[in-house]
Design a protein around this ligand. Structure first.
Ligand SMILES: [Zn+2]
Length: 461
């Protein structure tokens, strides 16, 4: 049975026009005005609504053992929350610790997602050490369709790699033609500054940001870009949070380094005053890189508008109030992370497109198309065209509401964006032609999501 979407306004990264979309099986088979469909076709009236390609969140954590606990999420809930919010594909970070086996870690994560995710998904494979087995293991993982790596310059002794390991990872990535994403903060400086602050009795969440100042992120970004340049690899800076780090990335781009930049939802809308709130209210807003001084926000927004920031992810990584309180005595023990997978599209539409002068095509590009291109999913995902997967978001721009933990669908007891207004939300969300969410509710088939096998797309230039 087919599906016909009638009368919507189709908006992609490049174009905007009124038309119908006909879907057979799982892909788009026709786009145009006045389409008719055979009897038995389900028809959805999209008059007055926008139709976007399914959104892609390129940076999420769902299963995550971290800081003496586990992120409070599972694939069933997170994927349904994602769909309700218009995200039809997420890319999860596979993050074994330094002492874990890379290949075993990969299979642990894959098994967690399989049969439980309602949205489609892929992985970035974190490389948290580099030994005699690593090349063969990573080659096998790439052959399995996971064609992007992740390295941490921070989190020394847990996820973090040193410069030698970074060099070998990037050399291998260049050889395999895969892109490497990186958390760019100087681990040594963070560790030393943390100890200095704690020794001075500065233990509250308000000291998290001063322990990893902007310069520490700018240094990490510069160093990563230099290693990318010298190894001939392709790089992607995750969750870039501040103007000095952006300048470092742009300088590398201007030199011709194959470097791409992601910023994440919290840094566009929240500033460090949230983390300076007393006790657990501050702890709820602890993430790394930290929330920054407000003066960085207009810089991030204008870089997003011009495309210097390529993509917007979430770094969805929920810990609940009890878990945050693990850091009641020392900010260094607060689990880092904030949820966001359900809210990214609506908040960026509202505060970007509706209120912030963000071009609607750039919005689609940053939240879907460019991630699809960078991570080898395009044109299967990230656009609306004949032959693409029928991942569609029929968007109701007349909806008015506010973000609240009381109405969210992910597993957590707070929402870092509590009270933020939204002007618009998905009315209907399809994944490969099947309606999976409607008007703020999951109505689909749990476990229908597919692992997306990709092929290397960052070969030598
Ligand atoms: Zn992350």
């Amino acid at each position: 049975m087919g599906l016909l979407i009638k009368g919507g306004e189709i908006v992609t990264a490049e174009s905007r026009f009124s038309g119908d979309i006909f879907i057979e099986d799982e892909t788009i088979s026709a786009i145009g005005p006045g389409l008719t469909a055979p009897p038995g076709t389900e028809v959805i009236d999209a008059a007055g609504k926008l139709i976007f390609p399914g959104f892609i969140d390129p940076h999420v954590h769902i299963h995550l053992p971290f800081m003496a606990t586990f992120a409070k999420e599972n694939h069933t809930a997170a994927s349904q929350a994602a769909l309700i919010g218009g995200t039809t594909t997420f890319i999860e970070m596979v993050c074994p610790s330094r002492k874990d086996d890379t290949l075993e870690g990969y299979h642990v994560w894959k098994n967690k997602a399989e049969g439980h995710s309602a949205s489609d998904y892929a992985f970035h494979m974190a490389v948290t050490h580099y030994d005699a087995k690593t090349e063969a293991q990573l080659t096998e993982i790439v052959r399995d369709g996971t064609t992007s790596f992740k390295i941490f310059l921070s989190y020394k002794n847990f996820f973090g790699v040193d410069d030698e390991e970074m060099f070998h990872t990037l050399k291998l990535a260049a050889k395999l033609g895969v892109i490497t994403t990186a958390h760019c903060e100087n681990a040594e400086l963070v560790g030393q500054l943390q100890q200095t602050l704690l020794a001075a009795g500065k233990t509250g969440p308000e000291w998290h940001e001063p322990s990893r100042p902007e310069a520490v992120e700018a240094e990490g970004t510069t160093r990563f870009a230099t290693f990318v340049e010298q190894t001939g690899a392709a790089g992607y800076v995750v969750h870039l949070s501040c103007a000095p780090a952006l300048r470092a990335a742009v300088e590398a781009k201007l030199r011709g380094v194959r470097l791409h930049v992601e910023s994440v939802l919290p840094h566009f809308l929240l500033d460090k005053s949230y983390a300076e709130r007393a006790c657990v209210e501050g702890m709820k807003h602890i993430m790394s890189p930290p929330l920054r001084d407000r003066r960085n926000q207009p810089v991030l927004w204008s870089a997003l508008k011009t495309g210097l920031i390529d993509t917007v992810g979430t770094d969805h990584c929920p810990f609940d109030t009890q878990q945050k309180l693990l850091g009641a005595k020392a900010f260094t023990e607060i689990p880092n992370g904030i949820p966001g997978i359900e809210d990214r599209v609506n908040l960026m539409y509202t505060h970007g497109v509706k209120r912030g002068g963000l071009d609607i095509h750039r919005f689609v590009d940053a939240l879907s198309t460019r991630a699809a291109k960078l991570f080898g999913l395009y044109p299967r995902k990230g656009t609306i065209r004949v032959g693409s997967d029928a991942d569609l978001v029929i968007y109701d721009t007349s909806y008015r509401g506010a973000i609240s933990a009381a109405t969210q669908h992910g597993i957590n007891d707070y929402n870092g964006f509590e009270g933020f207004e939204i002007e618009g939300r998905p009315a209907v969300v399809t994944v490969r032609g099947k309606v999976q969410a409607r008007d703020g509710a999951f109505v689909g088939e749990p476990g229908r999501g597919q692992f997306l096998r990709r092929t290397p797309n960052h070969g030598p230039q």
